[in-house]
Design a protein. Structure first.
Length: 655
């Protein structure tokens, strides 16, 4: 495999800290994979001593797959997300961490539900006005020791909620996503024996997308590499766009100072975009001062087409113009719809575009929509599998009366209160329902549920049943789940779609359980994977609609960035960090391979009234020689094109 001089320099590095500044489209994955393979081949490190940390399971799978394709038998190399890595540490040391052996992992929706339940017990006016997602975000910042700006009532609520939230998780025997980083750090910091064991597991630690790491993740990393400092980080401070969710760009900016003997490698060759797009990207990002100096160098031999800026009278004209350019991309540039992406800062812009695409019959796909695993029907079904094998209170409460089986609020509260007094789980108390004074009729429903769960487990472990997904779907149907969906959904087509999610989950389950006869651990692994996996959008043949944040890591032959105006890019309320907003703009630009169009409108509808708008400061700062600007929103027709249009018109008239 041909590597550039700088890529080879990174690959040849053996020991100590190294910072790889990987510009957009510069082949960072190839560099990381090549380095891992060389370390193993030259016996610098054993496969099981190498750890690759990423931010998505997709990235981890890609790197692992590429390594195994080039050097077979290297499956012992650990590659995964920070959260899955933390989960592994807690599983190995659950006793020392004070956790039950089969602790569960709360997802965001379940954590929000607990917060809402706790808020109901808060004796303050307007307690229902709190946004549980904001509360969780503030709690996360507080637990990491990061300062945050919030109204006084939110700060008070966070102070009140945090100890109760922690106690609730302990009672339920679960951890949340923050715990997967915080608890391993606390465990290693307090227990020298565990720390030394975990340190000895890793001889080479590599981190991808390092600019996205937060304070807690960096503290954990510092502990793990303390003995040897064999830490390689790969990232691009120019693409650090997640400060709003806790990412600390200072981790990558300050890395060379923190590690005095650090080697810095700059990957500046861009293998994605044309020279004209790269020239514009370099010009934009150089307006930021707090950054590692680097200049992208185009390596693709694309036909240079200068990026274009269209100014439209109104946002409706802007949408019409975008549709026109989509047709031009397809009919003039010969791109397919799937080659085209439209980026925006606000989801409301995407909604308008979606409506127009629909009326024009142009296929499209929206990235960043509702995740498959976030759908209620899927979460309910996963809770049944969880309770069949390793029941925890969150899952059991979820299915307790879903579908309805006559177990109302009174029964629930009686069991809940008694479980609290006896300091046992809700599930344990439900199995011993007679001691709670539950009426026989309700008790019979509980028994029926528990018997169904045991039957589900037996069926899923039955060596004669090869298609476990079909068993799951049949179980949910016989349980009355399909009937419940159709009875509670007004539109039959919507109900059909909801039921289809369960059928899809069944297919995934069948593919995931590879060992026959299956063992209980196979289902444990499946559930853990589903709790931590990333939701990936299905491949589509349509135009790609997405926010600028969702575009990171992707590339398209043609890109349109809409609404490049003040109050949108940078955003009026979300864009307090102008440098980060400029990075977001830069990320959007560097997704484009061959064609790039920027648009803005002179008037935009706000609350059904047209309000004057001005172009983004990012446009006003551009070197006008790097773009073609069309102030009337129309690209002038060349002489040859005009003649062809007239010829076509005359031909139609003659016909």
């Amino acid at each position: 495999m041909n590597l550039t001089t700088e890529q080879q320099r990174a690959v040849n590095h053996n020991y100590g800290p190294m910072l790889i500044l990987a510009g957009a489209g510069s082949g960072k994955t190839t560099t990381l994979v090549s380095r891992v393979i060389r370390l193993v081949k030259e016996k610098i490190a054993k496969p099981q001593e190498i750890c690759l940390l990423t931010f998505t399971n997709k990235a981890a799978r890609e790197m692992r797959g590429r390594i195994e394709a080039r050097v077979q038998g290297q499956s012992n190399i650990w590659a995964g997300t920070f959260h899955s890595f933390g989960l592994e540490i807690l599983r190995r040391n659950y006793k020392v961490a004070g956790l039950p052996k089969y602790f569960g992992v709360l997802d965001t929706a379940d954590a929000s539900q607990i917060v809402r339940e706790l808020l109901r017990t808060l004796s303050v006016p307007n307690k229902n006005a709190f946004d549980d997602k904001r509360l969780l975000t503030y709690m996360s910042r507080a637990r990491e020791g990061i300062s945050y700006i919030a109204e006084d009532d939110y700060k008070l609520a966070v102070e009140w909620l945090m100890p109760k939230f922690e106690k609730k998780k302990a009672i339920l025997g679960v951890v949340d996503f923050d715990d997967l980083i915080i608890k391993p750090y606390q465990l290693l910091r307090k227990n020298i024996a565990v720390l030394e064991t975990e340190q000895n597991r890793i001889n080479q630690l590599m981190i991808d997308e390092f600019q996205d790491t937060n304070t807690a993740q960096m503290k954990l990393v510092d502990l793990l590499v303390a003995p040897h400092k064999n830490l390689t980080v790969v990232g691009d401070d120019d693409q650090s766009i997640y400060g709003w969710r806790g990412a600390q760009v200072s981790n990558i900016l300050g890395f060379p100072k923190k590690f005095k003997d650090c080697i810095t490698v700059r990957l500046e060759e861009n293998y994605r975009s044309s020279k004209t797009i790269i020239d514009l990207a370099n010009h934009v990002i150089q307006q930021n001062k707090k950054r590692h100096e680097k200049i992208l160098k185009p390596m693709r031999d694309f036909k240079p087409q200068v990026p274009e800026i269209f100014a439209f009278e109104t946002d409706n004209d802007e949408v019409d113009g975008v549709i026109r350019e989509i047709y031009n991309f397809k009919n003039v540039d010969n791109f397919e719809f799937k080659d085209i992406a439209v980026f925006y800062r606000s989801n409301t812009q995407g909604a308008v575009l979606e409506g127009e695409l629909k009326t024009k019959g142009i296929p499209y796909t929206i990235s960043g929509g509702t995740s498959f695993l976030e759908r209620k029907e899927v979460k309910d079904t996963l809770a049944y599998i969880r309770c069949a094998f390793r029941p925890n209170d969150v899952a059991y409460r979820r299915i307790f009366n879903t579908p309805a089986r006559g177990l109302g609020d009174v029964t629930f509260e009686n069991l809940h209160e008694l479980s609290q007094r006896r300091n046992i789980t809700f599930f344990e108390q439900a199995r011993n329902w007679k001691s709670a004074g539950i009426p026989d009729r309700s008790g019979a429903s509980i028994e029926k549920l528990n018997i169904a769960l045991r039957n589900l487990k037996d069926e899923l472990l039955n060596p004669n049943n090869q298609n476990v997904g079909d068993i799951l779907v049949r179980f949910m149907r016989e349980l009355g789940f399909r009937e419940m969906i159709y009875n509670t959904t007004k539109e039959p087509l919507v109900a059909q779609k909801k039921w289809q999610w369960i059928e899809i989950l069944g297919t995934i389950l069948t593919k995931s359980i590879k060992n026959f006869p299956p063992k209980q651990k196979d289902y444990d692994e499946f559930l853990s994977y589903m709790e931590l996996r990333d939701t990936e959008d299905e491949k589509s043949s349509g135009v790609n609609l997405m926010t600028l944040h969702s575009s990171k890591g992707l590339e398209f032959p043609a890109v349109v960035i809409v609404g490049v105006e003040e109050d949108l890019i940078p955003h009026k309320t979300l864009g307090t960090d102008i440098d980060e907003e400029r990075k977001l703009f830069y990320v959007g630009i560097t997704r484009a391979q061959k064609r790039l169009i920027l648009t803005h409108s002179k008037k935009r509808s706000v609350h059904n009234q047209l309000k004057p708008r001005i172009p983004s400061r990012f446009i006003s700062q551009l070197d006008k020689n790097l773009v073609h600007f069309f102030p009337e929103g129309i690209r002038p027709v060349s002489g040859a094109e005009r003649k062809q249009l007239l010829a076509d018109l005359y031909k139609k008239l003659d016909g």
